[in-house]
Write a protein that binds this ligand. Structure first.
Ligand SMILES: Nc1nc2c(ncn2[C@@H]2O[C@H](COP(=O)(O)OP(=O)(O)OP(=O)(O)O)[C@@H](O)[C@H]2O)c(=O)[nH]1
Ligand SMILES: [Mg+2]
Length: 454
């Protein structure tokens, strides 16, 4: 399905980050970009050649000077005529050149509108467009590399291969529908069962790579919770590799929540240190505890720290019982240097328990591993394809229909019309990833989260 709506106006925006910088770039895209080039530069530069130019105001005075680049559509980022002005990276000077572009007929670009146009003009598909934003927002180099792979089209190519195989299968099944008496043999001959099994296997492998991409993109929000003085802030400091939080032997040291972004094996971890949970009348501490509870509501996982000397006592039990149900928990028995226990890790009823010491750092690796296990991370950074929950959802829908399709061909009685329909739905779900059937309101939502100028 090709898009109905093609933009017919010209947009402009500052493409570089706000603030001061060595250079600042203004981007203009649309069919009147050449008029804007003539207005600001006095001419349309030769395509794809860096040209030093003055950027002129309406009275021909110089607003700035720098490099002008001209990309003639469709050989441009957006597929339209594009002008790029690379000037000095100051807020006021960039704003004055941008204002000149508006005087000459451009309108301010919405967030992500350049990339949206690239998508609408078929320069890239939706999975690639989303990878543009993911690359910009990547918080670890592994996340950036997985975004680059998806931006290069690797994810989309796998989707297209699956779509092609499904299309062949569908054509065959639909042709067979006309000759019902021959159907069993027909399908057997075409190896329909094997083909279906192959597609499902390839889909499962792709889903795992995309799931790793989602983990790299979203990371894991982990709250450090527990009674006062158990070592929560000490753990934050150890994970961060520097003294971020105040550590003292006074119970109730941490009042406010403190967030640190760290990476384990390329997986971004948003670690949140919190106020120790206990009964108190101190209004400041109570406010801190209320914040702890709010962070717990939003977290993917909680590290429940416990003093090894106390073990899982009534206080720990009460804290555990008050954790949001369904929240993934890892119990960290800290301070084993004081009990003489050995570092260990065990999993019981799906809950990991780590024994460690933040003084000797014994058992720290076990804790890191337990964190990675909590997102089922098996070191897939080099293979990951940047993806979003939306993509995983589409792949899951496709799998569900293929499973029904498999049941249609596994019995003695073939249900050809049902098989054809399930294959069609599985095929359609794959198209959602690359944006072939994506409704406009969803597109609007996806692009509105981009930055302006991209
Ligand atoms: N011996 C020993 N002491 C530790 C260990 N971990 C932390 N401590 C000490 O325990 C005390 C409390 O540590 P914090 O990290 O401030 O504890 P907290 O859980 O953040 O405490 P609050 O902020 O009060 O809730 C400090 O004196 C730490 O040096 C450990 O593994 N062994
Ligand atoms: Mg603390």
């Amino acid at each position: 399905m090709k898009r109905q709506r093609r933009p017919d106006d010209t947009i402009a925006a500052i493409a570089t980050a706000p603030g001061r910088g060595g250079i600042g770039v203004i981007r203009v895209s649309g069919h009147t970009a050449s008029d804007i080039a003539r207005g600001i530069l006095g001419r349309v530069p030769a395509p794809r050649h860096a040209a030093f130019s003055r950027f002129l105001s309406s009275d021909d005075s110089t607003l700035d000077h720098g490099i002008a680049l001209w990309f003639e559509g469709p050989a441009s980022y957006t597929g339209e005529d594009v002008l790029e002005l690379h000037g000095h990276g100051g807020t006021a000077v960039l704003q004055s050149v941008l204002t000149r572009c508006f005087e000459l007929g451009a309108r301010p670009a919405r967030p992500g509108e350049f990339t949206e146009r690239a998508f609408l003009n078929d320069r890239i598909d939706l999975a690639q467009a989303e990878a543009v934003a993911d690359l910009i927002e990547a918080s670890t180099s592994s996340a950036a590399r997985s975004a680059m792979r998806s931006l290069d089209g690797e994810f989309s190519r796998h989707i297209h291969t699956l779509e092609e195989t499904l299309l062949n299968l569908r054509m065959f099944v639909e042709a067979t529908l006309d000759f019902p008496e021959e159907d069993v043999e027909f399908l057997e001959q075409a190896g329909a069962r094997n083909k279906l099994a192959d597609v499902m296997q390839a889909l499962a492998a792709l889903r795992e790579r995309a799931r790793c991409g989602v983990v790299l993109r979203e990371g894991l929000t982990v709250v450090l919770a527990g009674a006062p003085n158990v070592g929560k802030s000490s753990l934050l400091n150890v994970l961060a590799g520097e003294d971020r939080a105040i550590v003292t032997d006074i119970a109730g040291t941490t009042r406010d929540t403190l967030k640190e972004l760290i990476a384990i094996d390329g997986v971004p971890l948003h670690v949140i240190d919190t106020a120790g949970l206990r009964e108190t009348d101190d209004p400041v501490e109570l406010a801190g505890i209320a914040r702890t509870r709010r962070e717990l509501e939003r977290a993917h996982a909680v590290l429940h720290l416990i003093d090894s000397r106390d073990g899982f006592d009534d206080a720990a039990r009460a804290i555990d019982a008050a954790l949001p149900s369904g929240l993934k928990r890892i119990r960290v028995y800290n301070k084993i240097d004081l009990t003489g226990e050995a570092a260990s890790a065990e999993v019981q009823d799906g809950i990991a328990s780590i024994r460690m010491s933040l003084r000797t750092l014994d058992g720290l690796d076990l804790l890191r591993q337990a964190l990675l296990d909590s997102v089922a991370w098996h070191g897939g950074a080099e293979d990951a394809l940047a993806a979003r929950s939306r993509h995983l959802h589409a792949l899951d829908i496709s799998v569900t229909h293929l499973e029904t399709a498999q049941r249609c061909v596994s019995g003695d009685v073939l249900q050809l019309d049902l098989l054809a329909e399930e294959l069609r739905l599985a095929h359609r779900a794959l198209g959602d990833v690359t944006g072939e059937f994506t409704p406009d309101d969803l597109l609007g939502e996806i692009f509105s989260r981009f930055c302006i100028g991209k």
